[in-house]
Design a protein around this ligand. Structure first.
Ligand SMILES: *Cc1c(COP(=O)(O)O)cnc(C)c1O
Length: 413
């Protein structure tokens, strides 16, 4: 083998399109919830690859699956079906409300498919309402649904579409957790309502149960499809396989991605027979979608996560995290609120520390902790679902040092 090309964090600034601002350290290896950088420094990982590495880094069970499938077939194209995709679709439909699955490679592709399917379904059923137009999509402020032009336009943060117009038409944004406004806005022209059960990127904000129940009733009344974007909340993240189970509200279409491949790219949608029928051959597709390598991995991920042991473990770890964060807060007084579900937790900074979430992340890195933000004012925790309790304690000890530094500089300022 030839000598690898020498690279450092500086290389990023030299040769990468600057649409990210990565941390100074460059991780080279991971094991479970621990990572090591180029200099061999060790970190506790509270990011989980942004809610992706649900079973930790280099999970031995998943390494086995990748190795075995890599020797058989990686990709064949959708002119043929394959065993792993059929097994995955069977497992997902048996474990959820859905009858049918469609696979792609990412969260945005899952949402793009869901939104297209909702419009196509309205189009296919136009005759039943005398041909009346039905294409509007209702979404919520601060929501995040991906970065294609359609999904970023459906997302509820205007800054993400700035300069990319003209954007697709027929999209409305309303306040999250405000059922009255939805009731006043939704109509028979609404094709779909898309909502995250917990807004992830938008600040780790859970939906009120009455909000989701109300959306379900309003969608039923107006013949609109209810889409749950569970790209971040899915695959065990909240302590059930999908968050809708805990809310007791069943969507018409559910989108899933992030943790489904534990880092191997895969996304998908789940829906009913009746709605799925609107994607007949030729209407939608995805070259890599449902390829045997991705779906073999996802099948094993699902098997490993959808167990009482892992899901109850998420709830136990949630309580442990919240207790730990509240303990830190009792000593340093920086957080106004700790919120979230399962292992998607947000610690909201007090107004006096507004905009300092990123500072806490940067300080944490110095103390051997990898951490996330969700906007400027929320520190986000999305670790592996199986993170050892000892690693939680070690990471929280690092967090406390970072919080102490930021609290001290704020007081000095
Ligand atoms: C991450 C995320 C997406 C986008 O997923 P990509 O794989 O980055 O395209 C969409 N919706 C939600 C809720 C997400 O958290």
């Amino acid at each position: 083998m030839s000598q690898p090309i020498a690279v450092t964090r500086q290389t990023f600034d030299d040769v990468m399109v600057p649409n990210y601002a990565p941390a100074q350290m460059v991780p080279v290896r991971g094991e479970g919830s621990r990572m090591w950088d180029q200099q061999g420094r060790e970190y506790v990982d509270f990011t989980g690859g942004i809610a992706v590495n649900a079973l930790g880094h280099a999970n031995p069970e998943l390494v086995k699956v990748i190795e075995a499938q890599a020797r058989k077939v990686w990709h064949i194209g959708n002119g043929y079906t394959n065993e792993p995709v059929l097994r995955l679709a069977k497992a997902l439909t048996e474990a959820t409300f859905a009858d049918k699955a469609f696979f792609c490679n990412s969260g945005l592709e899952a949402n793009e498919a869901a939104l297209k399917l909702a419009r196509r379904y309205a189009y296919d059923h136009a005759a039943e309402r005398g041909g009346k137009e039905k294409s509007e999509i209702i979404s919520f402020y601060n929501s995040f649904h991906g970065r294609s032009l359609f999904t970023v336009s459906v997302g509820g943060q205007a800054k993400y579409t700035e300069g990319f117009g003209p954007i697709p038409a027929g999209i409305m944004h309303l306040p999250y957790n405000d059922l009255k406004t939805v009731e006043a806005t939704i109509s028979d022209a609404t094709a779909a309502v898309i909502v995250e059960p917990v807004q992830g990127e938008g600040g780790v904000l859970p939906a009120d149960p009455s909000f989701l129940k109300g959306l379900r009733a309003l969608c039923d009344k107006h013949g609109a499809l209810l889409i749950f974007d569970e790209v971040q909340t899915g695959v065990g993240r909240t302590g059930t396989l999908y968050a809708y189970e805990q809310y007791g509200v069943t969507p018409d279409i559910l989108t899933t991605a992030k943790a489904l491949g534990n880092g191997y790219p895969i996304g998908g949608i789940l829906t009913t027979n009746k709605i799925a029928a609107s994607f007949s051959p030729g209407t939608h597709g995805c070259t890599y979608g449902g390829n045997p390598l991705a779906t073999a991995i996802a099948g094993r991920v699902l098997e490993l996560i959808n167990t009482a042991e892992v899901l109850n473990g998420v709830k136990a770890r949630h309580d442990h995290f919240v207790k730990g964060i509240e303990g830190i807060n009792a000593r340093h007084g920086v957080f106004a609120q700790v919120r979230g579900m399962g292992l998607l937790i947000g610690a909201v900074l007090k107004p006096a520390f507004a905009g300092r979430a990123k500072d806490i992340v940067v300080e944490s890195e110095k103390h051997g902790l990898m951490l996330l933000v969700a906007g400027g004012d929320v520190v986000r925790f999305a670790p592996a679902l199986n993170i050892p309790f000892a690693d939680i304690d070690a990471g929280l000890a690092s967090l406390e040092k970072a919080v102490a530094t930021v609290a001290a500089t704020a007081k000095a300022a």
